[in-house]
Design a protein. Structure first.
Length: 308
């Protein structure tokens, strides 16, 4: 519906003022903080997207995905029997089979997500993007994080963007599709809103802020704009689309702030792994340190917590 897209206007100063207020929100303390942090753990896409990824470090990541918080810490919180795991493990297509096998051997049903469609730049032919998606699904990925062609947004080719995302959606088959907008390269908040709408119209299960490889990744102004788009899309269609901030989210405090923002903008029903994910590689380590401090009253030493 291009008529919907043409009417979009974003009041940037108002968005930025709101984002500054978000940064000043008070965080929760004590048991409430521990509860919010455990909720954040269940929404993490535990990620490794490095050129030197090997089967062994993917196996280690999968073990951490199943046991994100030390068992004795969970027992102290009476949460050891609640089946707390991360939301998914995210890897490159060539490492999907390693992750699937490791999780199967560990006896858990955590989904494997794979980046695809010319990640991170999107500067590959569409035929190659579709082939990569199909291969990742064939290898066992249950979630696909595609990346859009930023040039289609910057040149206003909204129908072209829609058709590209539709074809990616079809290539995903039964797998869930998260559409990465790479918001730091879209030029304006209005473009972020329009790209969000187009991605949802084309059948995305999630919209995601960033690849984590851009200069600017997940920011609160962008998060507000994308969530407002999700909310309007839900009001107009009745379809709930998930949201995933990714890139640069490293601290427990940031994770809680994102959770609070989702609750504020979209409501409690979005605070589930089915509708909210945090894309992160180092975040889990800080969350576990905070929970260790909450339980023991002392700061964790280097050898106290397993490598993520």
């Amino acid at each position: 519906d291009l008529g919907w897209i043409s009417k979009v206007h974003v009041n940037r100063p108002a968005v930025e003022r709101h984002a500054e207020q978000i940064k000043k929100w008070r965080t929760v303390k004590g048991n409430w903080q521990a509860a919010w942090l455990l909720k954040a753990v269940t929404c993490i896409d535990l990620t490794t997207l490095s050129g030197d990824d090997t089967p062994s470090n993917v196996h280690r990541l999968c073990f951490k995905a199943k046991h994100p918080i030390r068992e004795d810490l969970l027992k102290a919180l009476d949460m050891h029997d609640k089946g707390i795991t991360v939301g998914a493990v995210c890897v490159y297509p060539t490492r999907v089979t390693d992750a699937v096998n490791a999780l199967k051997a560990a006896g858990c049903n955590i989904p494997v997500a794979s980046v695809a469609a010319g990640f991170p730049s999107g500067q590959t032919p569409l035929e190659t993007k579709l082939a990569e998606i199909k291969l990742a699904v064939e290898y066992g990925a249950r979630e696909i994080d595609i990346v859009i062609s930023r040039s289609l947004v910057l040149s206003g080719q909204w129908e072209g963007l829609y058709k590209e995302i539709r074809q990616c959606r079809e290539a995903c088959g039964e797998a869930h599709m998260k559409t990465i907008l790479a918001t730091g390269e879209l030029g304006s908040l209005a473009n972020v809103y329009k790209a969000s709408m187009i991605a949802m119209m084309a059948g995305s299960d999630f919209i995601k802020t960033s690849t984590g490889k851009e200069v600017e990744n997940a920011t609160f102004p962008v998060g507000v704009v994308m969530m407002r788009a999700i909310r309007e899309f839900y009001w107009q269609t009745g379809n709930k689309v998930g949201f995933k901030p990714a890139g640069g989210i490293r601290t427990a405090k940031e994770a809680i702030t994102w959770l609070m923002l989702v609750k504020e903008e979209l409501g409690v029903e979005w605070l589930t792994p089915e509708l909210f994910r945090l894309g992160a590689s180092s975040l889990l380590g800080d969350i576990e340190k905070q929970i260790f401090y909450h339980v023991t009253g002392s700061h964790a030493l280097q050898h106290d917590l397993a490598m993520a």
